[in-house]
Design a binder for this molecule. Structure first.
Ligand SMILES: [Zn+2]
Length: 192
């Protein structure tokens, strides 16, 4: 068995056997999440690998996100329910986004956050890898007035695996309380 297969088996063994669903969600809310995904894709905010999620309306320990699928193609039937460790409920075994941990850890760290968008905006990425801060330069950007924190991947690890493994990055980040309550709604991550 290869090291990769061993790692997969180890991870599967550590997953809970079955996580119960928090219950059905109003179809109108699911449609809103689907619309958000498609609108963000239509406007170029999300590319083929971006995603949007929302906290479950009945249980703050769950969130809703599409299965691994391009955001422009998402339909209501693609929406999955995950716990905040980003495990699927009810044994749902559809393929999920590797980057889903960004969403789960953000919901975990910020109880006041009810939706998360992860994008690869080319206009924003430079601010995640340089010393230049992202600044508000118009009134409609006033939400940036208090600054935008940048997650420093080099504080966590420098290997390719470190950089690719969002789970490690964000779990470590949470332990350090860098996504603590009170930070802005935006966190810049180096492009992966
Ligand atoms: Zn990404």
């Amino acid at each position: 068995m290869s090291a990769f297969e061993q790692n997969v088996q180890k991870r599967m063994a550590s997953m809970p056997a079955s996580i119960p669903s928090a219950g059905p969600v109003d179809p109108a809310l699911i449609e809103d999440l689907v619309a958000a995904s498609r609108i963000l894709a239509q406007h170029g905010v999300l590319d083929a690998w971006g995603h949007v999620s929302m906290r479950h309306p009945k249980n703050p320990q769950r969130y809703l996100i599409s299965r691994a699928r391009a955001p422009a193609l998402v339909t209501a039937s693609d929406i999955m329910e995950l716990d905040l460790d980003s495990n699927p409920v009810d044994g749902d075994d559809r393929r999920m986004f590797l980057e889903r941990f960004i969403h789960g850890e953000a919901f975990k760290a910020r109880p006041d956050v009810n939706a998360v968008v992860h994008s690869h905006s080319p206009t924003i990425i430079p601010f995640s890898v340089t010393e230049e801060p992202l600044r508000a330069v118009s009134s409609v950007a006033s939400f940036l007035a208090c600054g935008c924190p940048v997650f420093e991947i080099r504080d966590v690890g420098r290997t390719k695996r470190d950089i690719k493994t969002f789970e490690v990055r964000l779990r470590v980040d949470n332990r350090d309380r860098r996504l603590a309550v009170g930070m802005t709604a935006y966190v810049l991550l180096p492009l992966l």
